[in-house]
Design a protein around this ligand. Structure first.
Ligand code: KIV
Length: 277
């Protein structure tokens, strides 16, 4: 019998996140790959394998083209290295808006094939019954209200929500219905601070804000945005890094070295000391 003891880290789950309502802010980021998930895991409570992967990693114009297979592949990669953070996988466009039975089959496949702890759905009025259906059958669900990126083609772009009073009331009601249906947390995206606070006060589930002020129970950003990998970032993103410039400088230096035959040097080749080998 091996004397090596496997270090066990308890992974956060839906009840742990739900219990953080009104307490210490919940730290969330998106993750799509194994190396990045390993770095983020040390700092985050929740990692979202967001369908933003379609735009960030695959160069799609929006999230509509993202498939269930893509989400499962990236979910598996993240689950291989994330140890402590709860991992939530986005259900892609077209995988949950139809019959609840079909949504259940797709969500169950995501849970089985990735080992993640929950799925996320963008929660409009037609999806609330599905959230209840999934939760009752053992699938923890995170909701998503306000700006819903999967509705970009109906909305005509990524636009902040809730300025007009009727829309504001609708979003508040959707958040309440999502929480009542059993969502353990609700992402609130692209709304003004007043509405974010109103939702946070009105529902028992923690709210996770993105472009929705500090009036939420936690925050999430697209990791590549906050690391500065893109030329342009939305107004609500704070850049904590400047990776695009750093990568550009590093790759430029490499290219110059290769062209000038400065790379590889003696320290970067095998058997440098053995003659003529
Ligand atoms: O897909 C995504 O990245 C999201 C956000 C909440 C960040 O849904």
């Amino acid at each position: 019998m091996s004397s090596q003891r496997q270090e066990t880290v308890r992974r956060l789950a839906a009840p742990d996140i739900a219990a953080r309502k009104g307490g210490e802010p919940i730290v969330c980021l998106t993750a799509y790959t194994a190396p990045m998930a390993e770095i983020l895991d040390a700092h985050c409570d929740l990692l979202l394998v967001g369908d933003s992967v379609g735009m960030v990693v695959h160069g799609l114009p929006n999230t509509v083209g993202v498939t269930l297979d893509m989400m499962i592949l990236h979910g598996q990669a993240v689950m291989r290295t994330a140890r402590r953070a709860m991992v939530v996988i986005d259900m892609p466009f077209g995988s949950y808006e139809g019959a609840p039975e079909e949504a259940y089959a797709n969500a169950a496949r995501v849970m089985k094939e990735t080992g993640a702890q929950a799925v996320k759905v963008e929660s409009g009025p037609t999806v609330v019954d599905t959230i209840e259906y999934l939760v009752k059958r053992g699938i923890p669900v995170m909701g998503h209200v306000g700006l819903r990126p999967q509705s970009v083609l109906v909305d005509g772009g990524f636009k902040a929500k809730g300025k007009a009073n009727d829309e504001r009331v609708r979003i508040l009601e959707e958040a309440k219905a999502t929480a009542r249906a059993g969502a353990f947390a609700v992402v609130v995206e692209g709304v003004a601070e007043g509405l974010a606070r109103e939702i946070t006060d009105a529902i028992a589930a923690p709210t996770i804000g993105i472009g929705a002020s500090a009036g939420c129970d936690g925050q999430i950003l697209v990791t590549d945005d906050m690391l500065g990998l893109f030329d342009w970032t939305p107004k609500f993103v704070r850049r904590y890094g400047d990776l695009r410039r750093q990568i550009d400088a590093a790759v430029g230096a490499y290219a110059e070295d290769v062209r000038a035959r400065r790379f590889p040097g003696p320290a970067e080749i095998y058997f440098a000391k053995a003659a003529n080998t």
